[in-house]
Design a protein around this ligand. Structure first.
Ligand code: ZN
Length: 267
């Protein structure tokens, strides 16, 4: 299922698998600006996305923020339909090219993306009316990039910002690096932020700063408790009460314990 929203020059395309035609398990967003498409959703929604884009002005570029299956699922079909190869960070190209296992919840919600070739992205991209600066932001996973459209102050943050008070992380996430990525975002002074979860944040400077400050304070508390000899489970229960409900659903690929251990790995 697809839902589009126009915000200034940006079209938000929210996508999600629907089994009954009305409810969606999980939304993810791609963004279209001046013929450039940022991310391509998951395998289950690729045909709908290709249909939607066939009716709009021709695509000139497909950019992937990272290799996850809910961001690259339409690459192969769109590439074929529009005669384009996606561009991405070299680490993303390597990770997209290899066969990797998905957990059952990932297969259910997003499905396997078709492998497809892609080209390495440059640091700057000049398009008609748009000038994108590529911001390396590997806190979410290796090769993750965010895009800053300088002319209009638009930040496409990918999966770096998911909310003001995150308390879970995936095994491949590096939360101290996410803090560094958020600092880079603050320095850009964006006028609006489009996050891959489908959240649109106008004047996001304060929100980004609050998120970064929350993570730094949480890190300091975690490290203090750790220095008192507490285990990651004890720290989790003391700070957050219990494990996140997402942990069981994701077979512990995403959990509060991993979030805490990401800080402990950095000492
Ligand atoms: Zn992701």
């Amino acid at each position: 299922m697809l839902r589009t929203t126009q915000v200034g020059d940006v079209t938000e395309i929210k996508m999600g698998r629907s089994r009954d035609g009305s409810t969606v398990l999980y939304w993810v967003a791609a963004y279209l600006i001046d013929g450039t498409l940022i991310d391509t959703g998951c395998d289950y929604t690729k045909k709908e996305l290709a249909e939607l884009l066939s009716g709009s002005k021709p695509l000139s570029k497909i950019i992937n923020t990272h290799y996850h299956e809910d961001h690259v699922g339409g690459n192969a079909l769109l590439g074929e339909r529009f005669g384009l190869r996606a561009i991405a960070h070299p680490d993303t190209i390597r990770l997209m090219g290899g066969k990797y296992d998905l957990y059952p919840y990932q297969r259910e919600i997003w499905g396997y993306p078709e492998p497809c070739p892609a080209d390495a992205i440059e640091t700057w991209l000049n398009e008609e009316g748009a000038r994108f600066r590529v911001i390396e932001s590997p806190g979410h996973c290796k090769g993750h990039i965010s895009l800053f459209e300088e002319n209009r102050g638009i930040l496409f943050s990918g999966d770096i910002w998911v909310g003001e008070h995150p308390k879970t992380a995936r095994t491949e996430e590096n939360v101290p690096q996410i803090i560094a990525d958020l600092r880079k975002f603050e320095e850009l002074r964006p006028k609006i932020m489009f996050a891959s979860l489908g959240k649109i944040v106008p004047e996001p400077a304060e929100v980004i700063k609050r998120t970064r400050t929350y993570l730094e304070e949480t890190r300091d508390t975690i490290l203090e408790l750790h220095s008192e000899g507490k285990s990651s489970e004890q720290i989790r229960d003391e700070l957050f009460g219990r494990e996140s409900v997402l942990a069981e659903v994701t077979q512990y690929q995403l959990s509060t314990k991993i979030f805490i251990e990401s800080f402990l790995r950095s000492v």
